[in-house]
Design a binder for this molecule. Structure first.
Ligand SMILES: [Zn+2]
Ligand SMILES: [Zn+2]
Length: 369
């Protein structure tokens, strides 16, 4: 069999005769079972509006851990992974474009949204593209042997029409750009929902990957940031990401204008609601799996003119904001330290295990290694 090598960005992509690409995926086989690495081939030129990307680095997100441990229902088998950065190697007909309008072309480094939406249904038209009636989610779809490249834990991913694609500037390292497509963009959406931040007191509850990102983004937005987390190591990190105050638990003594709940713990949600000043907004974004109900005192919401808003995933503009923020500010905060490890695809089980206990909130997979 004759093989040829395409050089892109100085990195070799293996292509097969007939214009197809040899790809490998780490398929999730269910709770308690190891991932299995499977080979597939995919056309170098994908379908209309689609983009073929070589995945350069993927990170293990907290929701991947929820899936693997069975806390979040997910189809089996499946290809997980939805935080990643890659290089475009094939572009389908129709000239897909990045969020900023530039054409998607081979060689371009990109990140892409967790969701692909139809952009035509009632929810998409109302700006809730992440709740599209025809929604597809990377790293969440059931395994489809005819079109398996739907997640980040693979050497390649096929991006569907309706995916937000954002070009990654040269100076932004893969290890910092990887989490943009889930953690950073979700924080951008949460802060968007919080309203103006300049001069406001902002509580960030839960300072893992999202929380530390939120601390830095809110600080850059001009806020006085109070970070709350039971773990001393995380509180220390929050200070390095720009928090003005850190606390271990409970409602904060001085009320806040904005409370961002990112831990998903019911007690923390309650504390956020109890910490709001008059006119304050609580943005709940951490509660993504079932938890204990939280008492709500309607009188304090009414008399306090409070707003409580839920944020899940994000829209295209938030992914652009995430990349713009990281690109401008990653040198000012230790974002690169938040991602540990560098595991090849066939050691994904080890990476997941490490992600459960490591100091760093993310572990990196290098699918091409
Ligand atoms: Zn839609
Ligand atoms: Zn995620």
């Amino acid at each position: 069999m004759r093989r040829q090598h395409d050089m892109l960005d100085g990195v070799t992509a293996l292509t097969l005769p007939g214009g197809s690409v040899h790809a490998r995926c780490a398929r999730w086989e269910g709770v308690g079972r190891p991932f299995s690495v499977t080979s597939v081939s995919t056309p170098l030129t994908p379908g209309p509006g689609e983009i073929l990307v070589r995945v350069d680095l993927a990170t293990v997100c907290g929701s991947d851990l929820h899936t693997v441990s069975g806390r979040r229902p997910s189809p089996v088998p499946a290809l997980l992974g939805h935080e990643q950065v890659g290089t475009v190697i094939g572009v389908g007909e129709g000239g897909p474009r990045c969020v900023d309008g530039r054409p998607v072309a081979p060689g371009l480094r990109v990140v892409w949204s967790v969701t692909a939406s139809c952009e035509a249904c009632d929810r998409c038209r109302r700006g809730m593209t992440q709740k599209c009636r025809e929604l597809r989610k990377y790293g969440h779809e059931p395994w489809d042997g005819r079109a398996p490249l739907t997640g980040g834990f693979a050497t390649h991913c096929v991006l569907l029409p309706g995916t937000a694609v954002v070009a990654v500037p040269d100076g932004l390292p893969d290890v910092v750009a990887g989490p943009a497509s889930c953690a950073t963009a979700t924080v951008a959406a949460a802060l968007d929902a919080a309203g103006p931040l300049d001069g406001r007191r902002v509580l960030v509850a839960g300072v893992g990957m999202l929380g530390l990102t939120a601390v830095a983004m809110a600080r850059e937005g001009g806020a006085h940031v109070v970070a709350v987390d039971p773990e001393p190591g995380r509180r220390e990190q929050a200070l390095r990401f720009g928090a003005s105050e850190v606390r271990d638990a409970g409602p904060v003594p001085q009320e806040v204008d904005v409370a961002l709940e990112l831990s998903g713990h019911s007690r923390s949600v309650e504390n956020c609601l109890l910490s709001l000043a008059v006119g304050g907004t609580a943005v709940l974004a951490g509660s993504v799996s079932p938890g204990e109900p939280v008492p709500l005192d309607p009188q304090s919401v009414v008399r306090g003119l409070h707003t409580v808003v839920g944020v899940h995933n994000y829209r295209a503009e938030h992914l652009q904001k995430a990349v713009d923020f990281l690109s401008a500010r990653h040198g000012d905060y230790p974002f690169a330290e938040l991602v540990g490890g560098s595991y090849p695809l066939d050691r994904l089980d080890e990476a997941v295990e490490a992600a459960r206990s490591a100091v760093e909130p993310r572990q990196a997979i290098l699918p091409g290694a």
